[in-house]
Design a protein around this ligand. Structure first.
Ligand code: FAD
Length: 281
């Protein structure tokens, strides 16, 4: 049995996590309650983030960016009309998570906090250059998504810290999308690709998911590809640079070799989709 604590503010949540050393934050519970029921974790205290108003809602920031509260459900992100152009990739990723039941329960803070390598948000957030807002016993700070995943299920979050929001730069009038290869609809990704074209159509940002502990992104290779998107050899060279960063597992969703083979296929097919479409929202 776990005791559920219900703080009303971020400060109270952080204080409760600090007071009870083995307490865990509880958001949607889609993953945590399943893990607890399977006996994989047995926290004596769960600190529910459900009644903390600061963690709710999607808002514009003063600089035109978008702030997504950590308790925002996947279904809300999937329906958010503010996520257009270069940020449409995040909306598309949210809409491909599991099924309607999980999307109604799960939250962006819980998903990012859980840092499953095959989860859909992480590559999309990497492609958007997202920043995580974090609160903990030493106060508040920001963590770039590029510094967040440190190893398999290990993140830059310190003991007792929680994610309070995800901030995204202002959407640009560029096209972006998310593609996921999975055994069946609703399953976790075997491999995935988040991609955004630059506004001038000459460059791209791309992140591969489920092929290592965290999303694979190579910004030097993106710079080298700029102006050469119509050169198939250059695109394959770019895909090879991402594959060189990969460290895929061999599991029920696919072998290491299969996952590696999906990287160039995803990059070329998603790029082709983006360069031939005119829709940006
Ligand atoms: C059947 C099933 C299928 C799924 N399929 C997919 C899929 O295809 N793609 C996909 O991406 N995901 C999938 N998921 C995961 C789903 O998206 C979960 O909702 C998500 O991983 C966890 O979100 P949650 O809000 O439920 O978090 P919880 O279950 O409440 O918490 C998950 C973990 O994160 C920690 N945590 C919670 N909130 C925070 C916070 N604010 N800051 C820091 N740590 C926190 C918890 O302590 C716990 O360790 C699936 C889940 C299920 C049950």
């Amino acid at each position: 049995m776990s005791v559920v604590l219900v703080p009303k503010s971020v400060e109270d949540a952080v204080a409760m996590l600090a007071e009870h050393a083995e307490a865990m934050p509880l958001s949607g519970g889609a993953t945590l309650i399943a893990m607890r029921n399977a006996g994989l974790v047995d926290p004596p205290y769960l600190v529910s983030l459900d009644a903390v108003p600061e963690l709710r809602g999607i808002k514009r920031t003063g600089t035109g960016g978008i702030r997504i509260g950590a308790m925002t459900r996947h279904c809300e992100t999937a329906a958010c009309e503010e996520l257009t152009g270069s940020l449409l990739v995040l909306r598309r990723a949210a809409g491909m998570i599991a099924n309607r039941v999980v999307r109604n329960m799960g939250t962006i803070g819980g998903s990012v906090g859980n840092a499953d390598p095959a989860a859909d948000y992480l590559p999309a957030l990497s492609c958007c250059d997202a920043v995580l807002e974090v609160a903990g016993p030493d106060g508040r700070r920001e963590v770039s998504i590029h510094d967040y995943v440190e190893d398999w299920y290990e993140t830059a979050l310190e003991e007792g810290e929680i994610i309070t929001a995800i901030t995204l730069p202002a959407p640009r009038a560029a096209s972006s999308t998310y593609r996921k290869i999975a055994r069946v609809s609703g399953d976790y990704a075997t491999a995935s690709c988040a991609m955004a074209l630059e506004e001038d159509g000459k460059g791209l940002r791309a992140a591969i998911g489920a092929c290592g502990p965290g999303p694979l992104r190579d910004r030097d290779a993106e710079a080298a590809l700029r102006g050469r998107l119509d050169d198939p050899a250059a695109v394959l060279e770019f895909a090879a640079s991402l594959a060189a960063l990969a460290d895929p597992v061999d599991d029920v969703r696919g072998s290491t070799e299969y996952r590696l083979s999906l990287i160039p296929r995803l990059i070329t097919s998603v790029l082709s989709e983006l360069t031939t479409q005119t829709e940006v929202a």
